[in-house]
Design a protein around this ligand. Sequence first.
Ligand code: HEM
Length: 348
Amino acid sequence: MGEPDPHAEPQAVLSPLTRTAIFLVVTIDPGGESVVRDLLPDLAGLRRAIGFPAPEGRLSCVAGIGSEAWDRLFAGPRPAELHPLKEVAGPVHRAPSTPGDLLFHIRAQRHDLCFALESQIMNRLSGAVTVRDEVYGFKYLDVRDLLGFVDGTENPEGSAAEEAVIVGDEDPDFAGGSYVIVQKYLHDLDAWNSMTVEAQERTIGRTKLGDIEMADDVKPPDSHVALTTIVDPDGTERQILRDNMPFGSVARGEFGTYFIGYARTPDVTERMLERMFLGDDEAAHDRILDVSTAQTGTLFFVPSADLLDDPPGPPGEPAAAAEGPPATTIEAPADGSLGIGGLKGSAE
Ligand code: HEM
């Protein structure tokens, strides 16, 4: 990794919504780090190999790296706000924090393209990782979730989207990156369908057919839209970029929404989660949770495309030593050993 690049090219985080996606979360097996390190710079080439002959398919792949994996893979500084996702346990509903070292968010207009790229990735990772979750998402009707509501309307666009999701000068080594939180939700469609459309609209905070937001004096404080609207003390609204996808299996009675939210800082998405699960002064919790159960939850850092092409060296390589001796004195362990085992912990 060279000097910080203020113009680092992001991965395809901002690419427009597609008809289909694969969400693949894996953990790295002990000793699998070098296989993963070898793959990351080759991802762009694999995507080109499959996507180039089918430009109308708009194949893209975003790779994210989890907090613990970062230190196993790379030496040197780490993204300032990368940490394991905190579980949010409310009195009624719980957002779990589940294992995940790598996320591959593969999107295209055609499922076969996503599938082909996923196969190539897993061929390369064979024997080095364990798959924790694999979800095939699809666009449903006119961009609706399986609750029947249009999902994605209030996403930021253009420069507002870039401003909301791409890391800038606040963390120069990782400019062009982004943070992403994923959660897999399963819906209780029997309970949902037994509600009137008016009750469903009060749950979401928008009309069902027309997708129009309710006026503030009508929208219930425990609606999904009310609790996911985050406003800073100075009145600035904080946004994230979502690309949720329905998924499911009719045979298994499984109907879900895969939530994926990109943000410049994970703090914004985490505040949304806290409000959804813990409520606020006026709301006990987000009513959408009464029919939607979070099964997974993981936070990843998405390095810029440039950093992915030329990642930092592995832990323990001279890159870290080149920064010079630390300012504090390191005392020799009392047992007289060199204390080499302690080096691992000092990187954290
Ligand atoms: C808005 C569905 C989970 C953040 C919406 C809307 C729908 C929806 C239908 C209204 C249309 C739109 O603007 O997109 C769902 C479903 C979820 C889910 C089915 C899973 C069961 C989440 C989670 C978060 C979130 C976990 C954040 C942590 C937002 C935000 C908005 C939104 C920021 C826009 C609010 C606004 O400014 O109007 N969601 N959502 N959603 N959702 Fe979700």
